[in-house]
Write a protein that binds this ligand. Structure first.
Ligand code: MF3
Ligand code: CO
Ligand code: CO
Length: 292
């Protein structure tokens, strides 16, 4: 019998996590795999055209892995099954699923359901009609990572869930549009928070966008709220980072499950997220995590 993954109030309950999948020999793994924490990243956040193409190649695989996993979304499918599809897609294309073995994380994607803000671990939770689920995949290919996520509907969802998803994607678009050389990275969160505030949504502060490329997380931080005068790193051409706003129907505060990964809204309100990896151009920005 399938376990009921939600308590009587409809809140999510941790499921059981399946055995680790395997990565074929011959796929290059990132340096942190098998270590407690990644080695310090000493490079900067700007890349040559050749490097940008490698981030794009990794990002395309990650995006298509999400396409493949999301095609399986329906009531009754488990988040573990979605992870298995994403994992298979990534390794079938010669890449390594960056989260697998990152600080001990056991899976190849994050699957964050309903009140899970981010870093949900795929398990035997069977999705129900009306749930929302974010799938976050990062692929590592030829030394470079590409990182994205999207939030999906399971069957038909409530109007408030539908609007939250649409507006969170729009918040990412507005954050992307705010990027231009000569501005500080805090303009991104200003654009996102200004938009989210219109609807009274919570804007998660403690999980952020980040520099990505030669490392999974380079140390550069991209807040999704208005953090000025802090986070004043100058945006320059060739810079690569993610923007990945998490918006909620309630508080921006969070709790962590005992698994030390799963981050949920403190009030268990619904939350959505969208993420892209971007490169800064002389005029504006280019997305590196598209499927085509
Ligand atoms: N891909 C996530 C991000 O956007 C990071 C997940 S780290 C994990 O930064 F270990 F939780 F998988
Ligand atoms: Co990211
Ligand atoms: Co991600």
């Amino acid at each position: 019998m399938k376990r009921m993954p939600f308590d009587p109030q409809g809140r999510l309950i941790p499921g059981s996590i399946s055995a680790r999948l395997s990565v074929p020999a011959g796929i290059q793994s990132p340096p942190y795999v098998g270590m407690q924490a990644p080695p310090p990243y000493l490079g900067d956040n700007t890349y040559t055209e050749d490097e940008v193409e490698k981030i794009r190649d990794a990002g395309r695989i990650a995006s298509r892995a999400i396409d493949a996993a999301s095609a399986a979304i329906r009531p009754g499918v488990t988040t573990d099954e979605l992870d298995r599809i994403a994992h298979q897609y990534v390794v079938d294309h010669g890449a390594y699923p960056s989260t697998f073995g990152y600080r001990g994380y056991p899976k190849s994607s994050c699957t964050s359901v309903n009140e899970v803000i981010c870093h949900g671990i795929p398990d035997d939770t069977a999705l129900r009609e009306g749930d929302i689920v974010n799938i976050d995949v990062t692929a590592y290919l030829d030394g470079y990572h590409g990182d994205l996520n999207r939030t999906f509907r399971v069957g038909e969802v409530s109007e408030e869930a539908e609007l939250l998803i649409q507006r969170t994607e729009e918040a990412l678009r507005r954050g992307i549009k705010a990027v231009a050389p000569g501005r500080e990275v805090n303009v991104i969160g200003r654009a996102i928070e200004t938009y989210a505030k219109r609807f009274g949504y919570g804007v998660v502060r403690d999980f952020t966008g980040h520099g990505v490329g030669a490392a999974f997380h380079t140390g550069l931080i991209i807040p999704h709220y208005d953090s000025a005068p802090r986070f004043n790193d100058m945006i320059v051409p060739g810079m690569v980072f993610t923007i990945e706003p998490m918006l909620t129907l309630g508080t921006h505060e969070w709790d962590m499950w005992e698994d030390d990964w799963t981050v949920v809204t403190r009030d268990r309100s619904l939350t959505a997220q969208f993420e892209h990896t971007l490169v800064v151009r002389e005029s504006g920005v280019e997305i590196l995590t598209l499927s085509d």
